[in-house]
Design a protein around this ligand. Structure first.
Ligand SMILES: Nc1ncnc2c1ncn2[C@@H]1O[C@H](COP(=O)(O)OP(=O)(O)OP(=O)(O)O)[C@@H](O)[C@H]1O
Length: 592
């Protein structure tokens, strides 16, 4: 079973708070809900007092009846009124608690979602979307359950102390009998808790395994079908599913033992109190009412005591969930600006001087790297895979921070610029542009906040109606599915270019898709690209020969260094690294 524990190590964003800091952080989170908490605490106190008062009053009633004076009507009314009031208070407490906890979870979820949105791209490299999602949803709810649990436990402990105190006050000897029974109950519950916790965590892990397996299968379903590997995939799933079956059965069997044993112990304790109390009553040391009260008190006591045993592990799980959410909210940004100088229009000069960069603790990508992009220059970056082409674009987009050297934009340190304003002047077209759920027009308008229909129509015109109308059968008002199901590679590229026409960035970073489209669409895309690249600085990770030909300069990146640079014709004539690349990758495109 040890493999179930694999991969559950804490990572960079699971900041460990330490108990004291975590408690302080939780209290800070709760501060905004002070009034609700005080209200809830008062109702807890009220409902516990009323709940406890019923057996006390009934025991008095029994004694009065025994004394021949008959149950007083007033006392009867009191019992009924107390029960109704206790019920009402309990209801109010539950309602207030539900509102309180719901409000806190809502607030925490909003903060976590805000934090997740504000994170840098680097954060998502290290944290899968599924993991962030579970922090924003599951872990915030875990925090809510801790609050509910704590409030319930406080009310039950209050009841235990109150009832126990009254029993001791009536007869310390009987009190001792009850107290003597508690360690057995608590000890057994604690022992079971240990077993139950192991079973529960194995169940959680195996469920995570099943989910991961299904997730992976669904993601790779097309590949599995292409290779006819469905049976092997099913085999893998069947294996984890069988494991999950065994773990579930084991958990069920363990739980099936726990409750009856605890009930048996509580029954034995009740029998002892029944016997001892009866003896005391016969000896005249205890009245019949007091005997009744002691039995009632024991009945009310044993449930909170056994619940308190399981409380700690649930509480710890909740605390761990809360810590994960706070770690998400409080973690530092990977990209840190040293200033926030205003950025309006940029002329688009970009210069790296002695740049050092590596991803997290990975290998260094750039060491003492120099490069210069002149304003309005189009630079095509080529090179073998892993050479650092995308990384260079990401650094200019300020998706990552670099560890040494300088990156200047218009002669200004990129770290000193207002990040939001800078990013507004930069346009990024990834290899696989993302399509959001919404109409085609909305997807294009996404290029710039506040863009309207006229901007969208203008962008389509700048792409050119010939290529647009031929390639896009849908109208601007047609809805597209999230993720772009049913939108082809060429159509995605056109949408991404239209977004950039709406955005009008000063610096354009473009990662050309490797997938080819039909020659007519290709031609149309190239024309649109030429129009887009005019009047701005462009760094294009080029896969198309036509793009390389059109560029002002070609930059060959190998192993994080510039192997060669210059104009297309010039580089070909030099017969160096570019000529070799050309022969391998691009020459065949000449004939296409
Ligand atoms: N998110 C990341 N975390 C860690 N290492 C990374 C990350 N992204 C890239 N790398 C590493 O950095 C180096 C440069 O990668 P980069 O993506 O910039 O290369 P590239 O030239 O764009 O390659 P390709 O043409 O395949 O896209 C590679 O060794 C790669 O493994």
């Amino acid at each position: 079973m040890s493999d179930l524990f694999a991969g559950l190590h804490a990572d960079a964003y699971d900041r460990v708070y330490g108990n004291r800091r975590l408690l302080a952080r939780i209290l800070r989170q709760l501060r905004a809900h002070r009034a609700g908490m005080v209200g809830s605490a008062l109702l807890v106190a009220g409902s516990v007092l009323l709940t406890a008062s019923v057996p006390i009053v009934v025991s008095r009633l029994i004694d009065q009846a025994g004394g021949g004076s008959g149950p007083g009507l007033l006392l009867c009314l009191f019992v009924v009124a107390a029960a109704v009031l206790a019920w009402a208070m309990n209801w109010a407490r539950q309602a207030i608690t539900a509102r309180l906890v719901g409000g806190m979870v809502y607030q925490l979820q909003s903060e976590a979602a805000d934090a997740a949105l504000a994170k840098d791209v680097a954060f998502y490299d290290e944290n899968s979307v599924g993991k962030v999602l579970s922090r924003v949803t599951g872990d915030t709810e875990g925090f809510g359950s801790v609050l509910t649990l704590t409030l319930n436990l406080i009310s039950q402990l209050f009841l235990v102390v109150l009832l126990g105190g009254v029993v001791f006050w009536i007869d310390p000897g009987l009190g001792l009998v009850i107290v003597a029974a508690l360690p057995f109950l608590l000890g057994t519950a604690l022992a079971f808790r240990r077993v139950a916790r192991t079973a529960a965590s194995a169940t959680r892990r195996v469920m995570a395994k099943v989910n991961a397996n299904v997730h992976e299968t669904m993601l790779g379903i097309a590949v599995a079908k292409n290779f006819g590997r469905e049976q092997a995939v099913y085999g893998d799933f069947d294996e984890v599913n069988r494991l999950s079956y065994r773990v579930y059965v084991r958990q069920g069997l363990i739980y099936a033992v726990i409750l009856p044993v605890l009930t048996l112990l509580a029954g034995l304790a009740t029998a002892v109190v029944l016997y001892q109390g009866g003896r005391f009553a016969v000896l005249g040391r205890l009245s019949a009412g007091e005997w009744y009260f002691a039995l009632q008190a024991l009945g009310m006591l044993w449930q909170p005591v056994t619940q308190a045993a399981s409380f700690w592990s649930l509480f710890q799980q909740g605390l761990a969930a809360a810590e994960r959410v706070f770690a998400l909210i409080d973690s530092d940004h990977a990209v840190v600006q040293s200033g926030n100088a205003p950025v309006t229009a940029l002329s688009g000069a970009v210069e790296a001087r002695g740049l050092h960069f590596r991803y997290g603790s990975g290998a260094t990508v750039f060491r003492d790297f120099d490069v210069r992009l002149a304003p309005r220059e189009t630079v095509a970056v080529v090179g073998h895979t892993g050479g650092g082409k995308s990384t260079l674009a990401k650094l200019i987009a300020r998706a990552y921070d670099f560890q040494g050297g300088e990156l200047l934009v218009d002669g200004r340190d990129i770290r000193g610029l207002d990040l939001l304003a800078y990013r507004r002047r930069v346009g990024v077209v990834p290899q696989h542009p993302f399509i959001f759920a919404g109409t085609l027009a909305e997807n294009i308008a996404y290029g710039r906040p506040g863009a309207d229909r006229a901007d969208v129509v203008r962008a389509v015109e700048r792409i050119g109606h010939r290529v647009w109308d031929r390639s896009m059968p849908m109208s601007l008002d047609d809805p597209l599915a999230a993720g772009g199901q049913g939108v082809s590679v060429g159509q995605r590229q056109l949408i991404a270019l239209a977004r950039m026409f709406v955005r009008e960035p000063d610096i354009l970073l473009l990662d050309e898709p490797t997938a080819s489209v039909d020659p007519l669409t290709e031609r149309g895309i190239q024309d649109a690209l030429s129009r887009l690249c005019a009047d701005r600085t462009v760094l294009v990770i080029a896969h198309r020969l036509s793009t390389i030909r059109r560029a002002d300069r070609v930059l060959v990146l190998h192993g994080g260094e510039i192997a060669e640079q210059g104009g297309f014709g010039e580089l070909l004539r030099r017969d160096g690294p570019f000529a070799a690349l050309y022969a391998t990758y691009y020459a065949h495109q000449e004939s296409a």
